[in-house]
Design a protein around this ligand. Structure first.
Ligand code: G3H
Length: 254
């Protein structure tokens, strides 16, 4: 069995107090899971330094991630953060293509592919979010949408694009909805995604993982993580509650 990769995406939430309350106990808790589980937290990026200072002895299985990156390495791009800067402050994993970025910041598949590419050039691990809207699901277009979101990456980055990467399958209708979709249904899409990526990769795919995201809680984590093609979770709301998040980590390692 592979080590589950559990990521908390804090989105636009957090404060110094919140970090102390959540991350100090979480860091301690992770001692138990040394070497059997990878946990990543993506806070608002400006807190990264405060987090490393506060935690001091950060566990080896605990990483900081970022929620976004720019498509440039440097230059006159006000308000942006480059992959070089992320690497410089010790970030290893970066979310790209989250549906909230696609929706509220007009990020197209093409922009997302550029972000994916620049991260790979800096040897950072992109976590590419893909998934369909409710309407697309109703019209049975889930696979078509996922394919499209994947193809644009292959087109820009070549056949080895998905080595050392993660795809987070996040159906948009499931995000923050208290409805994760049935584990069987999620498994079947994750299986499709893995096979599709394998079929388009020119060589044996190395270090490629699939996370599921969308209303993951301690109540549904167990049946979801038991699915063959779900290697971990990308968690929003439940990552903001320390007890709940720790329970999900515990369940994912049973
Ligand atoms: O990045 C995380 C996802 O958007 C899932 O959010 P959620 O767990 O609150 O549904």
């Amino acid at each position: 069995m592979i080590k589950p990769i559990i990521m908390g995406n804090w989105k636009l939430n957090g404060s110094k107090k919140f970090i102390r309350n959540i991350l100090l106990p979480l860091n301690q808790f992770l001692i138990k899971y040394y070497n059997i589980c990878t946990v990543i937290i993506a806070p608002p990026i400006l807190y990264s330094n405060f987090i490393t200072q506060t935690l001091k002895n950060i566990q080896n299985n605990f990483f900081l991630g970022a929620q976004n990156v720019d498509i440039h390495f440097s230059g006159p791009f006000t308000g942006e953060i480059s992959p070089i800067m992320l690497k410089d402050i010790g970030i290893s994993y970066v979310i790209v293509g989250h549906s909230e970025r696609r929706l509220y910041h007009q990020e197209t598949n093409e922009i997302i592919a550029k972000k994916f590419k620049i991260l790979k050039e800096e040897n950072l691990v992109p976590i590419l979010c893909i998934g369909e809207t409710k309407e697309e699901k109703i019209f049975n277009k889930t696979k078509e949408i996922c394919k499209k979101q994947i193809d644009v990456i292959f087109n820009l980055c070549g056949e080895s694009a998905f080595n050392n990467t993660i795809i987070a399958y996040e159906p948009i209708w499931a995000i923050g909805s208290h409805n994760s979709g049935s584990p069987k249904e999620v498994q079947s899409i994750c299986h499709f995604i893995r096979n599709y990526i394998k079929s388009k990769s020119n060589q044996i795919l190395k270090n490629f993982f699939i996370q599921y995201g969308g209303s993951v809680t301690k109540n549904n984590a167990k049946t979801l993580i038991y699915q063959k093609d779900i290697d971990g979770f990308l968690i929003g709301g439940a990552s903001l509650q320390v007890e709940e998040f720790m329970k999900i980590i515990e369940i994912s390692n049973m």
